[in-house]
Design a protein around this ligand. Structure first.
Ligand code: ZN
Ligand code: ZN
Length: 281
């Protein structure tokens, strides 16, 4: 999770990634400014959205703690972040600028309702895409901005309710906090004691799982699971499953201690391309 690291460490990780891959300088510069805004965001947390007994009951039954729609949203910080990110995105060149200006104008005129956009983004996967289609806005751009705006709040809540959890006993491929699929994996620890962690695509929580196995279809047949190294990029590898054809990036914090997985994932778009070229999604 972003707030697990100091801003200085995150900035240093971006600097290293840029040195490694100068061709990605502009993109990484943008991501760095975006993460800096998110990292600096202070979220106002209210009372826990459900009572403690209910949370413990869910844990006891092996269920995830909160559903997406139960995550409270601090509209003030998320709204302010959205406007800041619009400003940042406009620095990325004419075509992005035009797309952001359309979004700003839709927000200004009330055609796009800020509060509904942010609430919808938290409670429903793909909400921003659907709204963008209706209003003829750039779907990818609106989704990126909306998701990035609510993320600090979601992560702050995940951290709060995560304290009720016995993280090491979960072992399932979906997130113990919110039930979502993982976005990437990480190897942590040394030699034989190293563990594989999955990082949630929605709330950012990380939890340990077995070393071998596809988190999407639970295939455990090692003949149908592969780890691919692409273009000698060793910090992150690709884990692919030949049963469901899904892929996951694996950030190697075992060999390269001190990597910040969130930065490594952003700094390896060529791994996504390589996976897709090979027919994985
Ligand atoms: Zn989660
Ligand atoms: Zn699979």
């Amino acid at each position: 999770m972003l707030k697990d690291h100091s801003w200085e460490d995150i900035a240093a990780a971006f600097e290293k990634a840029r040195t490694r891959q100068p061709a990605l300088s502009e993109l990484l510069g943008f991501y760095e400014r975006l993460l800096k805004e998110q990292h600096a965001t202070t979220v106002k947390l209210g009372p826990i959205p459900t009572d403690e007994a209910h949370l413990r009951d869910r844990i006891g039954k092996g269920k995830s703690l909160l559903s997406r729609e139960e995550f409270p949203l601090d509209l003030v910080s998320a709204g302010a972040l959205l406007w800041s990110l619009c400003r940042l995105a406009k620095e990325r060149g004419d075509s992005v600028r035009a797309g952001v200006e359309e979004i700003e104008s839709a927000l200004g005129s009330g055609t796009l309702h800020l509060q509904e956009l942010l609430h919808g983004t938290v409670s429903e996967e793909g909400y921003a895409f659907a709204i963008a289609d209706q209003l003829a806005l750039d779907p990818e751009l609106l989704n990126t901005l909306a998701e990035a705006s609510v993320r600090p709040g979601i992560q702050a809540w995940a951290k709060t309710v995560g304290s009720f959890l016995d993280n090491d006993r979960w072992l399932k491929p979906t997130c113990p906090i919110c039930g979502s699929e993982p976005k990437f994996a990480e190897l942590r620890g040394q030699e034989l004691a190293a563990s594989r962690y999955l990082h949630c695509g929605f709330c950012g929580w990380a939890w340990p799982v077995r070393r071998l196995g596809c988190p999407f279809c639970e295939n455990k047949d090692h003949n149908r699971l592969q780890t691919l190294i692409i273009e000698n990029h060793l910090q992150s590898k690709l884990e692919v499953c030949d049963v469901c054809r899904r892929y996951l990036k694996l950030v190697d914090n075992k060999e390269f201690i001190g990597l910040i997985p969130e930065v490594e994932v952003l700094a390896s778009p060529h791994l996504d391309l390589a996976a897709m070229e090979r027919g994985y999604h």
